[in-house]
Design a protein around this ligand. Structure first.
Ligand SMILES: Cc1ncc(COP(=O)(O)O)c(C=O)c1O
Length: 480
């Protein structure tokens, strides 16, 4: 190896120059968002495909030598920033993407500056996360025994929740997981199925009960399935309810599911990835969430409807001891108690990750900057926009609603023309056209087997006019 001179580090050799470049970068970031919020980019394309030149650029070999920050920022502004997903734009309606709020940019900068490892120890970031967890506990009405941890998203939160449920169910006398069964509706998010699989359960141990016509899990069918399984010697241990399904935004009757779980001595998990936040949106939305406070575990995201930049999810677990029992390990090199190693309980006691980013800061800053009431008003506005779009679809001569609109998701398909497959192809063509033109970015899903345009509204910038424009463009894009 070449001799490394003393004083060599990764710090800038010229801090003034670095500072100037960093300020310029922040300005470029703010310009990017401001332009989407109120400038020319609002009328520009929602998304554009990544050109071959850019794909080729990212096939470059490993850089042996560095380059000045100024040139690097130029590369970011030409090769990265123009090819964003589009979810900041008010006409991005695909999947369940949050738009983020500008305060998150500042939070990310501060978090990166501190470069805190939030697996544990006694430092400020840990208190920020604890406060976020305490606020969530209060918002969702869970008791003081409730523990929680921030996660990448609801997928990881689901893994943690089901692992805790399994730990509490099993005992030294009964360590056998093979007879355990869980229950959910056919509308449950695939994250739950993945979590089950990852935790070593067989696919058949998750009983997927066909959803009702309103896309909810029938408490009656659930009770029947549990009784049948018990009679056959299985051990029902977990009921999964959805607070806002991914396809249509349907809400299971959480109170009724909680009742059954309590009666049967089962763990009640709620997947509230985005819908749980209806809790803060006033009536009638708040009522949908009644029963969530009876959950044994609740998984949800901040990066969807709470406008926190990716990634930020959370799991809350009513029985903090069961949660800790599922994850806590304290080898010698992670001993607790002394000075910086202080604190009995570390976030890493509640999940898989030992090294963790300071994602709590952007959550904490977003909640504090905007306040829960304003964030709730955005949710209510998005739901009102969904009802507005639904009313327009009902008036359309070409499209029809494919599912009731409970929350912020509108699914519509063609009025049946007699050839379902041909209709599906035309719907796919509409969505592809809208995305490629950059007019709007809905996604697709299947409802009752038929392909639909799926419009999920989670963006604080979306106005009714954006939905009118999207529907008109969809009608225009319909191939003959
Ligand atoms: C209802 C529901 N559950 C779970 C998930 C998975 O969440 P994440 O993408 O944060 O892992 C999603 C994602 O859209 C969802 O909508």
């Amino acid at each position: 190896l070449p001799t490394i001179p003393n004083g060599t580090s990764l710090d800038p050799t010229d801090w003034d120059d670095f500072r100037a470049q960093a300020h310029a970068a922040l300005n470029a970031c703010l310009d990017h968002v401001q332009s989407i919020a109120e400038g020319p980019a609002r009328d520009g394309p929602v998304w554009r495909p990544v050109p071959d030149t850019v794909k080729a650029f990212f096939a470059a070999p490993v850089p042996r030598d560095g380059m000045p920050l100024e040139r690097l920022l130029e590369e970011c502004s030409t090769q990265v920033m123009p090819y964003a997903t589009g979810n900041l734009h008010p006409r991005f309606f695909g999947w369940v993407h949050g738009a983020g709020a500008p305060v998150g940019i500042v939070a990310e900068m501060i978090a990166a500056t501190l470069n805190a490892n939030c697996g544990g120890r006694d430092h400020g970031a840990i208190y920020v996360e604890r406060q976020v967890i305490a606020w969530c506990r209060e918002i969702f009405g869970l008791p003081d025994t409730t523990s929680g941890v921030l996660t990448v998203g609801t997928s990881m939160a689901s893994v943690i929740a089901i692992a805790a449920a399994r730990t509490r169910t099993l005992s030294a006398e009964n360590p056998d997981t093979s007879r355990l069964v869980g229950y959910c509706s056919s509308q449950v998010h695939v994250a739950l199925k993945k979590a089950f699989k990852l935790l070593g359960f067989g696919a058949s141990q998750l009983r997927v009960i066909p959803a009702e016509a309103d896309f909810t899990l029938s408490p009656h069918r659930l009770a029947e399935a549990i009784a049948t399984d018990r009679a056959a010697g299985h051990v029902p241990f977990l009921v999964i309810g959805s607070a806002g399904t991914v396809n249509t935004g349907a809400f299971d009757d959480l109170g009724a599911l909680a009742e059954i779980a309590a009666r049967e001595g089962m763990w009640f998990h709620v997947d509230g990835a985005f819908g749980a936040w209806a809790r803060i949106a006033g009536e009638p939305l708040h009522t949908l969430t009644i029963g969530i406070e009876r959950a044994d575990s609740l998984a949800f995201d901040f990066h969807k409807w709470m406008s926190v930049p990716y990634d930020a999810g959370c799991v809350l677990i009513r029985d903090g001891d069961a949660h800790r029992a599922a994850f806590s390990e304290q080898p010698d090199y992670l001993a607790r108690g002394l000075a910086l190693a202080g604190g009995d309980t570390w976030p890493s006691d509640f999940g898989i990750d030992l090294s963790r980013s300071f994602r709590a800061l952007k959550v904490w800053m977003t909640l504090r900057h905007h306040g829960i009431d304003q964030l709730g008003r955005i949710i209510a506005k998005n739901c009102e926009s969904a009802r507005h779009l639904a009313a327009q679809v009902e008036r359309s001569s070409l499209f029809a609603l494919a599912a009731p609109v409970t929350l912020n998701i509108v699914c519509f398909r063609l009025k049946p023309q007699g050839d379902d497959d041909a209709d599906d192809r035309r719907i796919a063509a509409v969505v592809e056209r809208l995305q490629l033109d950059g007019t709007a970015a809905p996604s697709t899903t299947r409802i009752a087997g038929r392909l639909c345009v799926r419009v999920a509204i989670l963006n604080h910038r979306t106005e009714p006019a954006d939905l009118d424009l999207t529907l008109r463009a969809a009608e225009d894009a319909l191939p003959d």
